[in-house]
Ligand binder design. Structure first.
Ligand SMILES: [Zn+2]
Length: 177
């Protein structure tokens, strides 16, 4: 079998030591600070309409983003945010709606769905197959209005939660919460 003997060109240069796996940071929050975040989130979720879940995503997003801005990894921040929101919902005794209850025209058993005779937006009499809005214009305008209201509520909720988390971190160094 033909073998090549190692020559000087085969000798690898001495590279500086490279740490391949970065040391894992430990992100922790003490009991009092966690309780404070849960209180803030609970107060926001309690005002959610039509259910306590209305601000669930906003609260999780707000907590996570503030922790990330304090140097936490996304995964660690998301874990704590999910945990905090879950605790807050448990405190409120929130129960997720069933699929049936989640439908836009859901009515409790024994109650007939609303039969409208007038347009929701302009109150003009509904004609033909139309059962909620008199025209596409009313339909789109109404949905745009609802969207803007919900968007404003979400932004306000985000600010309150973000300030609640930030107020705990501003006086301390990075990662210290
Ligand atoms: Zn209309």
């Amino acid at each position: 079998m033909l073998m090549r003997t190692p020559g000087p060109e085969d000798k690898l240069p001495d590279f500086p030591a490279i740490r391949i796996a970065p040391k894992k940071k430990r992100f922790k929050v003490n009991k009092d600070r966690r309780a404070h975040i849960v209180r803030v989130v609970t107060s926001i979720l309690a005002g959610g309409e039509p259910t306590r879940f209305a601000f669930e995503a906003t609260c999780r997003h707000a907590v996570r983003s503030r922790l990330c801005l304090n140097g936490w990894s996304w995964a660690a921040a998301d874990d704590l945010a999910a945990d905090v929101v879950k605790d807050a919902l448990r405190r409120l005794g929130a129960r997720r709606p069933t699929w049936k209850e989640g439908q836009p025209e859901w009515a409790q058993d024994g109650f007939a769905p609303i039969l409208r005779t007038r347009c929701i937006r302009c109150h003009r009499t509904l004609e033909g197959e139309r059962w909620k809005f008199c025209s596409e214009l009313c339909d789109q305008s109404h949905r745009a209005l609802i969207y803007r209201i919900r968007d404003a509520e979400q932004l306000a909720a985000y600010d309150i939660v973000a300030k609640g988390v930030t107020s705990l971190t501003s006086a301390r160094g990075p990662n210290a919460i």
